[in-house]
Design a protein around this ligand. Structure first.
Ligand code: PRP
Length: 175
């Protein structure tokens, strides 16, 4: 692994596993009589989604959406693009969106508005990490793994210029 600055494990794989387990318990309970449609927001949440759904004892369906607002930058451009839309019909479904991080909130807010227009029966959000100090638009978070401070984090799906997504722990590149 090649970091330019000294990397520090910020959230270990063990802590991640515990959080995933806790979130899965909550989701299993809340959706016990339902057949939710989970939407994985690519690319960042692929690893979290894969771990989470293996612990969900529900007749769920899974679909993917790919949005982009950061490009190669560390700051959101503020403009969200749909790179790949959801193929599964949303109307009347219990939709649960799975994110890796809510930072400014611009990306997820755009996605929630886009999905709401398709008239789901319910719409909830599960995010592994939440960085509230950076929020620019309010976001209702139903399931939250970790609240994190204003540090750039990578690993477990999260990237910097498309790198480090494969790391099993979450690292910070700053002190
Ligand atoms: C990241 C992340 C969230 C979004 C959060 O996606 O996965 O979707 O940024 O930032 P925000 O709250 O400030 O909008 P990115 O656009 O980097 O794409 P990626 O998931 O493919 O890495």
């Amino acid at each position: 692994m090649v970091f330019q600055t000294q990397p520090k494990i910020f959230i270990s794989r063990g802590e991640i596993a515990k959080a995933v387990n806790r979130l899965a318990c909550e989701i299993n309970k809340d959706y016990q009589d339902k057949q939710p449609l989970l939407i994985c927001v690519l690319k960042g949440s692929f690893m979290f989604t894969a771990d989470l759904i293996r612990q969900l004892d529900l007749p769920l369906e899974l679909d993917f959406v790919r949005l982009s607002s950061y490009g190669a930058a560390r700051e959101s451009s503020g403009k969200v693009r749909v790179v790949q839309g959801v193929k599964t019909p949303i109307k009347g479904r219990d939709v649960l969106v799975i994110e890796d991080i809510v930072d400014t909130g611009i990306t997820i807010s755009f996605l929630l508005d886009y999905l709401k227009k398709k008239q789901p029966a319910s719409l909830k959000l599960c995010t592994l990490t939440d960085k509230p100090s950076r929020r620019r638009v309010p976001v209702p978070i139903d399931y939250r793994g970790f609240t994190v401070p204003n540090k750039f984090i990578v690993g477990y799906g999260l990237d910097l210029n498309q790198r480090f997504r494969n790391l099993p722990d979450i690292y910070t590149l700053e002190d």
